[in-house]
Ligand binder design. Sequence first.
Ligand code: C5P
Length: 309
Amino acid sequence: MADRVHLAVGYAKVNLTLEVLGRRDDGYHDLATCFLRLQLADRVEVRVTPRREPDLALGCRVVGRPVEGGAGNLAWRAAEALYRYAAPPGPGGGGWSVSIRLTKTIPVAAGLAGGSADAAATLLALDRAWDLGLGVAGLEPVARSLGADVPFALWAAAGTRAAVGRGRGDRLEPVQPGRTCWVVLVDPGLGLGTARVFAHYPGPVSRPPGAPPPGAATDRVARALAEGDIGQVAAGLCNDLEAVTFSLVPGLAELKAKLLAAGALGAAMSGSGPSLFGLAGSRRHAREVAGRLGKLVRGSLAVRVVAGR
Ligand code: C5P
């Protein structure tokens, strides 16, 4: 049988809101978050070849960014997990060789779910390569086992533009944005592990009497996003992990202030950071904000304008 090559694309996301509702018994935190897919993507190519031995032989090569391709890579783990879950029969009772080629554009360990995007794209490509016919719904349990952000990455790879995430962030309700959001994405260029940030999270702060209940900010922003009310989306941006990451990364709080000073309608950190983003009313406005920010910040800083859709 000839090799089969399948391609898939995995998208970055930002969290328009990230509310931490409490600690769970499984080592995770309950969240309310509003995900927005970005037009910033990694490309995954999988080549599957039948092999005589009744098991899986995996290889993974990464180009574009300095990332290990080995067993720690989430794309590798996705292939292994799907092989175990679906047990695709090889011709003649043998197994499969899978070689993954990952072309990375999404910044690494930046709060943009780049690793999750690669895992999701790998699942979709292998679903087709192995003729499993699982689709998004059938792949979801595997996605969930790989990480809290992988289910949204899977939905995003299949076309979903935004969603509210509850539980670990993996119980999803789709949101159809009323318009394109223009995002000024700022990558401070250093990686930060999600587990480290959550480990420093002090627990929920007490809310003043009469304050909106936990999760309300996410509902409000999701509603505004669906209505295409970018002003209300910008006004509602929030991330409960900012204080932790700002204490770990010198200069990050000042960078957020500069993003606002450069004219963003609103700004926040994405996920556990350290990426920051600002919202703009149009592509032109976003370019102006990016240009002004470039002048306000000395040294090298990756600033790009991307559409959220
Ligand atoms: O699921 P993922 O591997 O991306 O999560 C990495 C770590 O981040 C978890 O092991 C956990 O410590 C923390 N986390 C959390 N609550 C979430 C998501 C992640 O505490 N909802």
